[in-house]
Design a binder for this molecule. Structure first.
Ligand SMILES: [Fe+2]
Ligand SMILES: [Fe+2]
Length: 484
């Protein structure tokens, strides 16, 4: 089996902390130093609005040792050390799947797959700054300093993920890599002329429940994509993604615990007020908490937008990337088959004569579908934990992920309207019933009315419970952000 070599030493002295030997790589070092001012300009323009001078208690990656890779300290975000950190090279690593399975992993870009590889890196890279842009207004309505700090932590790490992808572009793709690195700073989430590349990354994140849903559902798509790219036969990409996954776990933690705390507070308030019916929305809202049916609608929205990120169920691009050995399956190394998939099939949910049903497709073409299935399973785990909280209060309500055909804009189900149970609806029925499933203006107005900042250390807004433990084991009243 693969034996990890010693963990690359992190050089913290230069402008760009790294464990890739940048000091000896003059060409790439210069290219990144040239890119750096544009990045800082982007961060100041499009990063967290109004808090650039504040001191934030952030973790910074200082090593890639799984036993202790982060240090916590106060830092102004523009001074954050955005480093380039790759997981250690595994000696003798081979390409785990596809037509080249078993051959030594590539340390340089395989010429025949250059364009495909660059495209994969650019698409991943584009999502990272996009989410920072989407979340840039949220500091102003943070429900606590604890939450504000978590938001900024996610934001600086998405910034580091952009660095991670830009390093690959600058190091391995010459002039076109440099152009792509520039373009990553030019596109803007939601911009009419120059939007981000993927739909969900051009939506708004208008409030904190959206933020928690986004980090739960959409950062989890990030996890799935990174897991698939961590399998890549192009070793530098694999190593980069493996380390990014360590950080990504915290983003989903923020999402899962955020939604849990919202649910917890709602249930507590209902119990205190003696409200047993979760659908007594007007009375629940009077308590200054978010009713469970509205939380369900937000989940419906963010889950369905995220499913679109997996692309078409049947996809030649996905087949080509796998065949080439560039993008694998979720935890490819734990799967027990030939890792080539040329002869196998996979059941794909399709729309056949207006009915939603499974149909076997060539496994190679069905890789997006397969990754999406893995995603849905993974997303369901945390939903189960949310329901445990509701159940512990004896409230008859269960959060359910909607059917995969619900509210889709890409793939098999983009051409139909379906309810959350997967029943196909006529256009008029959809129009009439839409706000049963998705937040309507009144829901949005209500949530917006709750978004009042709470900046006092240890205090929380009315609609969210405090966390069980602090970040870095800090006590409840800890001042996670010193607002300047
Ligand atoms: Fe990321
Ligand atoms: Fe993330």
């Amino acid at each position: 089996m693969n034996v990890a070599t010693s963990i690359g030493k992190v050089d913290y002295d230069g402008l760009i902390p790294n464990n890739v030997g940048l000091g000896e790589d003059v060409r790439v070092k210069r290219a990144l130093e040239k890119w750096h001012p544009g990045y800082i300009d982007w961060w100041k323009d499009m990063g967290p609005e109004g808090f650039q001078e504040s001191l934030v208690y952030l973790r910074t990656a200082v090593s890639v040792d799984p036993k202790g890779w982060a240090k916590f300290d106060y830092v102004k975000m523009p001074d954050y050390k955005w480093g380039i950190l790759l997981a250690p090279q595994a000696e003798g690593r081979t390409i785990p799947f596809g037509a080249h399975a078993g051959e030594p992993a590539w340390q340089e870009v395989p010429g025949e797959y250059r364009a495909m590889l660059r495209r994969l890196i650019v698409i991943q890279g584009d999502t990272e700054p996009a989410s920072v842009e989407q979340q840039r207004h949220l500091g102003k309505t943070a429900p606590s300093l604890y939450d504000m700090r978590n938001l900024f932590q996610v934001n600086v790490e998405e910034g580091r993920h952009l660095w991670a992808m830009v390093y690959l572009l600058q190091k391995y793709f010459g002039t076109d890599g440099r152009e792509e690195a520039e373009a990553l700073l030019q596109r803007r989430s939601g911009d009419a002329d120059s939007p981000r590349m993927l739909g969900a990354f051009n939506e708004k994140t208008p409030d904190w429940l959206s933020f928690f849903m986004f980090t739960y559902f959409t950062d989890r798509d990030g996890k799935m994509q990174l897991e698939a790219l961590a399998q890549s036969g192009f070793d530098p990409l694999s190593r980069t993604c493996r380390f990014m996954l360590t950080e990504e776990a915290h983003h989903m933690f923020v999402g899962e615990t955020g939604v849990t705390r919202v649910i917890q507070r709602t249930c507590e308030a209902m119990k205190e007020a003696g409200i047993a019916d979760p659908f007594d929305i007007a009375r629940v809202r009077k308590l200054g908490v978010i009713d469970l049916p509205t939380i369900q609608k937000k989940a419906n929205l963010h889950f369905s937008l995220t499913l679109d990120l997996f692309g078409n169920e049947i996809s030649t691009n996905a087949a080509n990337a796998f065949h080439a050995g560039l993008k694998g399956r979720y935890r490819e190394n734990r799967l027990d088959d030939d890792h080539r998939l040329e002869q196998s099939t996979y059941p794909v949910l399709r729309l056949i004569d207006g009915h939603i049903q499974n149909e076997n497709a060539p496994a190679l073409s069905a890789l997006n579908m397969r990754l999406r299935d893995d995603y849905v399973n993974d997303a369901n785990v945390g939903v189960g934990r949310w329901n445990k909280v509701i159940e512990s209060f004896g409230i008859p309500f269960e959060i359910k992920l909607p059917h995969v055909a619900f509210n889709r804009h890409i793939g098999e189900f983009a051409k139909i309207k379906a309810d959350t149970g997967g029943t196909v609806l006529s256009d008029p029925d959809w129009a009439r019933r839409r706000s049963e499933f998705l937040p309507n203006d009144a829901d949005r107005d209500f949530i917006e009315s709750l978004m009042q900042p709470q900046y006092e250390p240890g205090k929380f807004a009315s609609w969210i419970a405090p966390p069980k433990v602090g970040i870095d084991n800090r006590p409840g009243e800890f001042e996670y952000v010193k607002i300047a």
